[in-house]
Design a protein around this ligand. Structure first.
Ligand code: ZN
Length: 504
């Protein structure tokens, strides 16, 4: 390993910085965090959206200005990440994810990222060894505290050491083992560093004191503060939340739409939005006259990447459409949170169940949450209208469905920004309205910015006007749905629907 001219000035003996992947007694079956591998050289990011609690363990007194420098260095890493990773400083008596100690009997170290979660609350996950603190022999400068804190918090964010170069470093093995035991000594000797951290001024390089190296002198290397290469790598581990687009549109607001029998009950409406990927539409409200076919479709046409799309909504032959409302949600092309799709069945004859396999274009880490909902339908007049979409489409006996468009949206079950689910209100044919509340699998951090919803199950009598709608309101922990008709005669037998709540 080459010896570098140190950047910055220190008045201390160079400390070795141990950055441990784990304890010797840690479970061995575990396969690393975030799919990056499981060695001391691997990245170990925390889950997206984490709010890490940081505490200073009790027992050691350090001046407030030292803590201030440490906090400031930590924020240099965390504040560019926004909501995707936040640090919250809590008191020593609170449980925490990152626990800072100032012990002088162990070297300076930090666990790498989420590996810290494997250790008990009584153990530090990061140590600043200010050996000689308050001892006149050692003077620790602002620059030294800042540099050490920047390095250790780089680990805490999930970074390993910078790439060490082609030739292995020559440690004094016996001294190293004496200092930290054989487990850590072996780990340190075998480390190669991350090949994604290569610049000489990387904060993720570390010093080696003369006593531990065969060079016979202190090796001082790396930068004095958070560098752009390391910060960019951290940013890639915690990409920012890209805002989705959700909108609702009533057919009456679509240019070209004319309600009634005139055959022009369809209209196109343009939306100029940047979110033109994973666009799905779902029917929220139907107002349709008697004696016609039950035909309604929502679709997206003329998609211009990154600038907009046209929503087509309406009915066609022999349908008396008065109005309809559809919900749309769409995402940025770079937004990888969801996968979506649509299946259209047309001219079905006989049978009353259809299913089609939809493969995900890329695998999910866990079994995803999937919701399926109605984007369009086409049913013969005069028959009971009964259709539902699960992950397959079913129509019940006594209904003839010519066609149906079903869309689906899937996301990781533990995505911090999205919740989804199905409303299935209790059956009561004598009511004009039904209510259902669904608690999320776990609360969102705050109230959702977007609430997409759509019908997934329609069961109404054919001899009445079809007037039905759903409305959903949501907060950070639940979604409330109301299914209703606005006319007594249009009481429905059963309606179900789905929701997708998104923070951004
Ligand atoms: Zn280190």
């Amino acid at each position: 390993m080459a010896t570098m001219t140190p950047i910055g000035t220190y008045t201390h003996r160079a400390p070795v910085m141990f950055c441990a992947a784990g304890n010797p007694q840690d479970v061995k079956t575990w396969t690393g965090f975030g799919g990056h591998g499981n060695t001391i050289d691997d990245l170990a990011p925390w889950p997206q959206g984490s709010q890490l609690r940081v505490s200073v363990m009790s027992g050691t007194q350090v001046p407030g200005w030292v803590i201030d420098i440490i906090k400031s260095a930590a924020e240099q890493w965390a504040s560019p990440l926004g909501e995707t990773l936040k640090l919250q400083w809590v008191s020593s008596s609170d449980s925490s994810d990152i626990r800072i100690s100032f012990r002088t009997d162990i070297p300076s170290f930090s666990y790498v990222g989420a590996r810290a979660s494997m250790h008990s609350q009584s153990q530090p996950t990061m140590n600043f060894n200010f050996g000689g603190w308050k001892d006149a022999k050692a003077v620790y400068s602002h620059a030294f505290v800042k540099r050490l804190a920047s390095h250790l918090f780089g680990h805490a964010m999930g970074l390993p050491h910078a790439y060490l170069g082609e030739s292995p470093f020559q440690w004094k093995a016996d001294e190293l083992e004496k200092l930290c035991g054989s487990h850590y000594a072996n780990m340190i000797k075998s480390a190669k560093g991350s090949n994604r951290l290569r610049i000489m001024e990387s904060i993720m390089r570390f010093d080696v004191p003369a006593a531990l190296s065969t060079k016979g002198k202190d090796i001082l290397q790396g930068g004095s503060g958070v560098d752009s290469e390391a910060l960019n790598l951290v940013r890639s581990l915690y990409p920012p939340l890209l805002d989705a687009c959700s909108l609702r549109s009533a057919a009456q607001h679509h240019p070209g739409f004319e309600a009634g029998w005139n055959g022009r009950a369809v209209g196109d409406r343009r939306f100029n939005v940047a979110q033109t990927s994973n666009i799905v539409t779902g029917i929220e409200k139907i107002d349709m006259g008697l004696n016609g076919n039950f035909r309604l479709n929502s679709s997206v046409i003329n998609v211009d990447r990154g600038s907009g799309y046209t929503l087509r909504l309406g009915a066609w032959d022999n349908t008396h459409l008065i109005d309809a409302t559809c919900n749309v949600i769409s995402f940025h092309e770079a937004d990888t949170r969801v996968q979506t799709g649509r299946v259209d069945w047309s001219q079905l004859s006989g049978g009353n169940e259809r299913s089609g396999r939809q493969n995900f274009s890329r695998p999910f880490n866990k079994t995803p949450n999937v919701v399926a909902f109605i984007s369009g339908l086409d049913t013969a007049k005069g028959r009971q209208i009964r259709m539902m979409c699960l992950l397959q489409i079913l129509t019940e006996t006594d209904s003839i469905v010519y066609g149906m468009g079903v869309s689906w949206l899937a996301h990781e079950p533990d995505d911090w920004t999205i919740r989804s689910g199905l409303f299935d209100p209790p059956l009561d044919p004598n009511q004009r309205e039904r209510f259902d509340t669904r608690e999320y699998s776990s609360p969102l951090r705050r109230d959702p910015k977007h609430m997409f919803y759509a019908l997934s199950h329609i069961d109404v009598h054919p001899n009445k006007n079809i007037r039905l709608a759903m409305e959903v309101r949501g907060d950070y922990r639940k979604a409330d749905a109301k299914f209703f008709t606005w006319e007594d005669e249009s009481k429905f037998y059963r309606l179900k629907g789905v929701y997708v709540a998104a923070l951004g």
